[in-house]
Design a protein around this ligand. Structure first.
Ligand code: ADP
Ligand code: MG
Length: 312
């Protein structure tokens, strides 16, 4: 236990894969029969990659997501996330690592219905180790993440007042708020029409352009073409793993109302990791009252300014 904790705090070598999976099995036993949901897979994902995990229904995609996202444990095999062996950690320790390192986006958004966008985005901060954040710090961080997905103006809208695409963008903002090592999205466009899907994929591409690692699970061949790499599953096994030729670029994804600070706060883990308000950019120290509408701050697109870069 103490060893695992120590390993988690050691600096992570960026040359190492963010995700390192070896001979991983997840076997469900029901009565006399067993289902090999994951049947001996090995996989590396490096920092800054955009991987689409593809496969038909029942091929093991969600099982993989649950293990990679530290929600579930493998039956056997190794899963190392940023240098930390996860497969033998207990529930509490996995929860800690999950809150710190994983940003989840789900098919059905999973937003609280009667809660506004800003509060939804703030929520993971209430459960994170970064408990020293003041209410104002949390609000400011959440506001920046909303700006990053182009929804700063809609901060006080509840889910019912947002379209499906907007709800998914709120969910993406929520997934960013803890500055995770990876964004894990399970069929994020499954409930969206094709135009709205592209809008949402554009946000993932823009975040990936900034150096975010994205693992996107989909059964949709068209959606997979927006990734850099496709890993294909069948019956719990990886049957193909190859780069995407002629990768598609989705229109949009960077927003005029996203202040450069939005990217700073999200992409700079040093600042984000420090709990004190003093460690946050200037704007956070002068955080607005809840009632203030976070207005447009800058016109330059943050991604264009920041350029490609890793999460150092
Ligand atoms: P996908 O996300 O690709 O549709 P899943 O990972 O959900 O596939 O499921 C892979 C296989 O594991 C399927 O055969 C499914 O029925 C089985 N499975 C998934 N979860 C469970 C569970 N909790 N108990 C028993 N079998 C399960
Ligand atoms: Mg699934």
């Amino acid at each position: 236990m103490a060893r695992a904790r120590k390993a988690a705090e050691a600096p992570f070598d960026p040359a190492q894969p963010v995700i390192r999976i070896r001979d991983l099995y997840r076997i469900y036993r029901m009565g006399g029969s067993e289902v090999r949901a994951l049947d001996g897979i090995s996989l590396d994902v490096h920092r800054g990659e955009f991987v689409a995990v593809m496969g038909p229904s029942g091929s093991g995609k969600s099982t993989l997501m649950n293990i990679v996202g530290c929600l579930d444990r493998p039956t056997s095999g190794s899963y190392v996330l940023e240098g930390v062996e996860i497969s033998n950690l207990d529930r509490d320790r996995r929860a800690e690592i999950r809150n710190d390192k994983i940003g989840f986006v789900f098919q059905n958004f999973n937003l609280l219905a009667r809660t506004n966008a800003l509060e939804n985005v703030e929520l993971p901060l209430l459960y994170s180790a970064k408990t020293n954040l003041t209410d104002a710090d949390r609000r400011e961080r959440a506001r920046r993440c909303l700006a990053r997905v182009g929804l700063a103006e809609r901060w006080d809208h509840t889910s019912a007042q947002l379209s499906g695409g907007q709800q998914q963008r709120v969910a993406i903002a929520r997934s960013l708020v803890n500055d995770p090592a990876i964004l894990l999205a399970d069929e994020p466009t499954g409930n969206l029409d094709s135009r709205t899907s592209e809008e949402v994929i554009a946000v993932f591409q823009a975040l990936n352009d900034e150096g975010r690692t994205v693992v996107l699970i989909t059964h949709d061949t068209d959606i997979a073409q927006f990734a850099q790499r496709i890993v294909a599953f069948r019956d719990g096994k990886i049957i193909a793993d190859h780069p995407v030729e002629d990768r598609r670029r989705a229109a949009g994804g960077t927003f005029a109302d996203a202040p450069p600070a939005a990217v700073e706060a999200v992409a700079a883990p040093q600042a984000a990791a420090l709990p004190q308000a003093a460690a946050l950019p200037q704007a956070a120290a002068q955080a607005p009252e809840t009632t203030r509408t976070p207005g447009p701050i800058a016109v330059e697109t943050a991604a264009a300014q920041a350029g490609p870069r890793g999460r150092s």
